[in-house]
Design a protein around this ligand. Structure first.
Ligand code: FAD
Length: 333
């Protein structure tokens, strides 16, 4: 029998489609709840979401709290946070996991503040550890300049809250025969509770191949400054039919958009071939592509940490290596 306070996952829907990250979190939630021998429960806010509740149960949810209201079809900051915080106060979950989409990143801190607990953003791993026989959630993030993995704990307050970026965790297997319970919740929402109203969500069209879908990704870092900008990376990507990504300094320099940033606060990708150019290899960056099949790195510093995670390393000046590589590839691709 499962006892103790449950593990919760907030499962985001948009236009009545589940976001992948919620499903990915269910896989982790299942692992944590089995370890604690407690139920895995999900919170689903929207309208006419019954089909989605069935999907969540197939992915491992023992209980789906279904909050339905036509006014909640689209994400509403204040009201979603109020609904979730009220449910937490009523049911006292031990752990709450939220996918760090743009919406999840808006929701999680609001909820944490309302229920007065801690929140660890952009975790790259989560597991149950013990202190004097008392289990707790270990929340792992890169820290200290990205050179160390740090374990964050929330010893006193509950729930222990963490966000995880899409793509960091793997999706669990779907099992249609799994059964769960749907609990319909009808919160008392007044029109005046919508201090800010989201009227419509418009999806931005991706330019080029989105990095999370590409087989090959070429990513550039601050080292491109020496080459006067990102052009050589774009040229290499073009020859290879690859998508272009980069590090945070590349975004700060406006060589690439936010959408192309790879790493703990950016995207997690796992292409067949990942080429890093002029990036030192801080863990904040490398956590975003470690599951790539083949990793190749170009950097002038032979001691750069990027070479520790690379299958192929080219040590040298990118201003010499890239033009040569591009010319040679043009002959064969
Ligand atoms: C909470 C937090 C979250 C973060 N999240 C992210 C994230 O998601 N993604 C991310 O990328 N960063 C993130 N960062 C920043 C991260 O810690 C690093 O600062 C960043 O990744 C470094 O980028 P870089 O490798 O491009 O630059 P640098 O570390 O400056 O590396 C530049 C590299 O270029 C090489 N180089 C220079 N000139 C040449 C040349 N001519 N030829 C060849 N090589 C050359 C250098 O040897 C060096 O290795 C985060 C930081 C924090 C605190």
């Amino acid at each position: 029998m499962k006892r103790g306070n449950p593990v919760w996952v907030w499962t985001e829907q948009r236009n009545n489609r589940l976001m992948d990250v919620g499903v990915e979190l269910l896989g982790k939630g299942l692992e944590l709840s089995e370890r604690l021998n407690v139920k895995l429960e999900t919170i689903l806010i929207g309208n006419q979401t019954r089909k989605l509740a069935d999907e969540l149960m197939a992915y491992g949810a023992d209980t789906v709290y279904m909050i339905e209201d036509p006014r909640l079809q689209t994400y509403q900051s204040d009201v979603y946070a109020n609904v979730l915080a009220d449910l937490i106060k009523e049911h006292s979950p031990e752990i709450l996991l939220i996918g760090a989409t743009n919406i999840g990143m808006d929701l999680a801190p609001r909820v944490a503040a309302k229920v007065e607990t801690g929140l660890t953003a952009h975790c790259v791993d989560l597991y149950i550890d013990e202190d004097n026989g008392i289990p707790y959630l270990a929340q792992v993030v890169p820290g200290w300049g990205g050179n160390l993995m740090v374990k964050i704990v929330c010893p006193e307050k509950r729930p222990q809250m963490a966000t995880v970026r899409p793509g960091v965790l793997e999706k669990p297997a779907r099992n249609e025969s799994r059964k769960g319970e749907i609990v319909k919740v009808t919160p008392d929402i007044k029109d005046g509770d919508f201090k800010v109203k989201t009227i419509e969500m418009v999806e931005e069209k991706a330019v080029g191949i989105p990095i999370e879908e590409a087989d090959t990704v070429v990513a550039g870092g601050w080292g491109l400054f020496s080459a006067g900008g990102f052009k050589p990376v774009e040229e290499l990507a073009e020859v290879l039919g690859a998508a272009v990504g980069g590090t945070r300094p590349a975004v700060d320099k406006e060589w690439i958009s936010d959408d192309q940033m790879i790493g703990q606060s950016g995207k997690t990708i796992n292409p067949k071939l990942f080429i890093s150019v002029g990036a030192s290899g801080a863990m904040h960056f490398t956590t975003g592509f470690l599951r790539s099949k083949v990793i190749m790195a170009i950097d002038q510093n032979p001691d750069a940490p990027i070479f520790k995670v690379s299958d192929i390393g080219l040590v040298g000046d990118l201003r010499e290596i890239l033009p040569y590589l591009i010319e040679e590839l043009k002959k064969v691709v």
